[in-house]
Design a protein around this ligand. Structure first.
Ligand code: NA7
Length: 317
């Protein structure tokens, strides 16, 4: 069993800007935007929203993470409920469906405000359609508007302003978020009812997870034959199978550099959500099931916080 060290947590660089921002000609909305969750994704998004002159109010469970944003001009609040009170449109970007639900239904959560007239809630955390529908229902019952805006892309793509936004729910909220989405994403899609965007996001994650496990197993076999992984990747690059992502992940596997662009724990969470969805439909997904087991095992080996490409470590056993 290898000795596993946690990947270094990279401090957010408040001065770095994606090159794409200058070309986008962003006119910031006049509304005040709340932001719940300043993890790696949330921080990167908020940094760019502040840079493009959006009015931002923030909250994070670990409150220390808010300070750089306060220094950059954001307001900080003590609870999610306080953020909702102070903002017109509130984004949430936390780890998982449970965290997302806690922030809405929990103690000091969004619904404690009771009256959400003139407020809109935008869920960016990766969640399953049922969780999104529950959250949307809760918000609607308090007269608020709801949009799920799933973010597809890695942490680097977030830093480059190159995410893809997949949205479903209230179209007026989608339109009111235009200047924010233009700041952080290269494309945005409105996919109709609540739940649709979550489904599309999780379907894309299925393709990613299964592809990564295939890549890892193939490279592990090459390694057993003592064939240079770099040679394999160079040849792969010349084939019609190549994709920018698989090339990048292959290089990470060859180097053993698992700096978390898309943490392995998030990948496994997504596969779990996919399999739950499939279970409810009696949809058979044998390859995805095995892929999930492979990621689960890699987590048990201590690679939760590393990039999903760390699945290669397990394949080499
Ligand atoms: P990170 O960097 O792991 O950050 C996770 C964030 O979620 C961080 O702000 C956490 O607060 C917060 N969190 C997690 N659980 C909770 C609960 N229960 N209550 C409140 N806050 C919570 O993830 P990323 O930023 O890369 O990704 C976030 C989402 O974007 C994820 O769904 C991706 O799929 C897309 P903490 O700082 O630990 O106090």
């Amino acid at each position: 069993r290898p000795v596993v060290t946690r990947p270094e947590t990279q401090a957010i660089d408040m001065n770095s800007r994606s090159n794409t921002l200058a070309d986008r000609d962003i006119v910031p909305s006049e509304q005040t935007f709340g932001f719940l969750g300043l993890g790696m994704m949330g921080s990167t998004i908020v940094k760019d929203l502040i840079f493009t002159k959006h009015k931002v109010v923030v909250w994070n469970r670990t409150i220390d993470k808010c300070q750089p944003f306060v220094d950059a001009g954001a307001e900080v609040k003590d609870t999610p409920m306080d953020v909702v009170e102070a903002a017109d449109i509130i984004f949430c970007c936390v780890s998982d469906p449970k965290g997302a639900k806690d922030l809405v239904f929990g103690n000091c959560g969004v619904l404690q405000l009771k009256d959400l007239r003139n407020k809109a809630y935008v869920e960016m955390s990766t969640i399953d359609p049922d969780t999104s529908m529950d959250i949307g229902e809760g918000i609607k019952q308090c007269n608020g508007r709801y949009l799920e805006a799933q973010i597809h892309g890695s942490r680097q793509e977030a830093a480059d302003g190159m995410l893809i936004i997949l949205a479903g729910g209230d179209r007026t909220v989608f339109e009111e978020c235009h200047s924010c989405f233009k700041t952080i994403a290269k494309n945005t899609f409105f996919l109709g009812n609540v739940g649709n965007a979550c489904k599309v996001n999780l379907i894309l994650q299925t393709i990613l997870g299964v592809s990564l496990v295939g890549l890892a197993e193939a490279l592990a076999l090459a390694d057993r034959f003592s064939i240079s992984l770099n040679d394999i990747i160079d040849i792969f690059d010349l084939t019609s199978m190549k994709s920018p992502l698989l090339l990048a992940k292959g290089k990470e596997m060859a180097k053993g550099d698992f700096n978390p662009q898309q943490p392995l724990s998030h990948m496994q969470r997504d596969l779990r959500l996919v399999l739950n969805m499939a279970e409810n439909l009696d949809q058979s997904m044998p390859v995805t099931s095995i892929t999930n087991e492979v990621f689960k095992h890699t987590k048990r080996l201590g690679y939760s916080e590393h990039d999903s490409s760390a699945v290669f470590v397990r394949s080499r056993f």
